[in-house]
Design a protein around this ligand. Structure first.
Ligand SMILES: Cc1ncc(COP(=O)(O)O)c(C=O)c1O
Length: 464
């Protein structure tokens, strides 16, 4: 008769153990198809366990189809054919990378010293104790109305945009929203991208098998002559503040691009990433605001204003596309949790968001000024030139070197510095000898370390 011994340090119940032993023997063909299993009573006696233990084990095997029962005859092993075991080598799963860097000047991050944790926890408690039914309900497809209302007010207050909450779609990150735009406008269209520009967008297009073209920039942003020559029907641009060059598109170029879109019924995706953090001058009118013909889809994210961990971004559709969105994409659930949306709505409604942006703008200005001051006092001051220090939360650091950008990046990572070069944002990388320095994740205390590492990197670079 079948006999299994129970280990003394068993962490599961007896019936579960018995069930697993029999299942294993069936899978490994130690028990043959249609072989009769011992009767429950006899098996219980043999194993010195209660009848109910055997009954539970047999029942589980029955439910899962490993055995079958014939009335008055007993239990039998089912005939199950498993696919042959693959002979190829086991694939090693990729290791998740730890963050081995001492200083990160590449990732868009926020220093914990800057995040309003106490306000956020106060609002979280407020939201939870409100016990609003909406907290537990599936969020509306376009996002929670309270957050869309708050965004609509913010857009009006911050940049004079007149947007109804019904035009706003909330989603977990800009890349997710691009996927929605592709499905909304169609895969058959030809999309255009800025070169240089945010690389993830091209990856989204690539993986969607979309035809896309890179359009070069001149000193005023995306080249209108190149755009006109291209076959593009949708263009992605960031006119307020191009990342990473920092170019602000002047009004004439904006009007030219709107004309391009209007003449041929094309679309413009306006990515307003980072616009809240211009460190000099007034906010600039968005393309969406100047557009009279519903050709602009506006996008923005809370990744910079709050933190990238939130994964809350939004887009504003021109009115005629709202209906199309509702007809075509209504089955998608909103990808952001209602909890986070409602807390953020409270944060905005109670005036904390505006205060936070103003406070952050001052903190970032302080960090930038201190960073530039320390760089200028350091021994590499004569080798470097800083540009675009007023637009957004990064600046460009041009350096002299006879090394390739890739080698410098490698050297940087060896000394614990995570950094990117301008060339990495181009379709065809070249030796730009320019770092794109994101300083939003730095605290004041980290600046001397960052400057020391940059000195080490560039001096080392000279020495070799
Ligand atoms: C131009 C631009 N848009 C959007 C994003 C990312 O936005 P999100 O975090 O909402 O995906 C980035 C991130 O670097 C960016 O450079």
């Amino acid at each position: 008769m079948l006999t299994y011994s129970f280990p003394s340090d068993m962490h599961i119940s007896m019936y579960e153990y018995l069930y697993q032993c029999i299942k294993k023997d069936i899978i490994e063909l130690k028990l043959n198809p249609h072989e009769k299993l011992p009767s429950k009573r006899a098996f219980a006696k043999n194993q010195n366990v209660s009848l109910i233990t055997v009954e539970n084990a047999y029942n589980q095997l029955l439910i899962e189809g490993y055995i079958y029962a014939i009335e008055k005859k007993g239990y039998f092993v089912s005939e199950i054919q498993y696919p042959p075991t693959a002979t190829q080598k086991k694939v090693q799963l990729p290791q998740e990378k730890e963050h081995p860097f001492i200083i990160d000047l590449k990732t868009n991050s926020v220093s914990p010293t800057h995040f309003p944790f106490s306000t956020w926890s106060k609002l979280t408690r407020q939201v939870l104790s409100s016990q609003e039914p909406s907290l537990l309900a599936r969020p509306p497809q376009q996002g929670c109305l309270s957050l869309r209302e708050a965004i609509s007010k913010h857009l009006y207050a911050f940049s004079g945009m007149n947007v109804s909450p019904q035009q706003i779609i909330i989603g977990a990150g800009t890349e997710y929203l691009y996927n929605l735009v592709i499905q909304l406008l169609g895969r058959h269209l030809i999309y255009a991208l800025e070169d240089p520009g945010h690389r993830s967008i091209s990856k989204v297009y690539q993986l969607n098998d979309i035809t896309y073209q890179y359009i070069p920039l001149d000193q005023n942003g995306l080249s209108i002559s190149e755009l006109t020559k291209s076959k593009a029907q949708v263009v992605h641009i960031s006119p307020a503040h191009h990342y990473p060059t920092g170019i602000t598109m002047p009004i004439k170029r904006r009007l030219d691009i709107l004309k391009w879109a209007n003449d041929q019924q094309h679309y413009i995706i306006e990515d307003d990433y980072d616009s809240e953090f211009r460190l000099r001058g007034k906010p600039i009118s968005t393309l969406y605001q100047i557009d009279q013909n519903e050709r602009v889809i506006y996008m923005n994210t809370f990744s910079k204003t709050l933190a990238p961990s939130f994964r809350i971004s939004y887009m504003v559709l021109p009115p005629h596309l709202v209906q199309c969105f509702q007809e075509k994409l209504h089955f998608y659930a909103c990808s952001v949790s209602s909890f986070e949306q409602i807390i953020l709505a409270y944060f905005m409604q109670q005036g904390y968001f505006e205060k936070h942006i103003n406070r952050m703008r001052n903190s970032y200005k302080l960090i930038r000024d201190e960073f530039l001051y320390q760089l200028n006092q350091s021994s590499i001051a004569k080798q470097i030139e800083i540009t675009e220090e007023n637009a957004g939360l990064h600046f460009l650091l041009h350096y002299q070197s006879h090394y390739h950008d890739n080698d410098i990046i490698k050297k940087a990572s060896q000394i614990g510095l995570h950094i990117s070069t301008l060339s990495q944002f181009y379709e065809h990388p070249y030796d730009s000898h320019t770092f794109v320095i994101n300083y939003s994740g730095l605290s004041l205390q980290q600046i001397p370390i960052a400057v020391k590492l940059l000195n080490q990197l560039l001096n080392h670079n000279e020495m070799n």
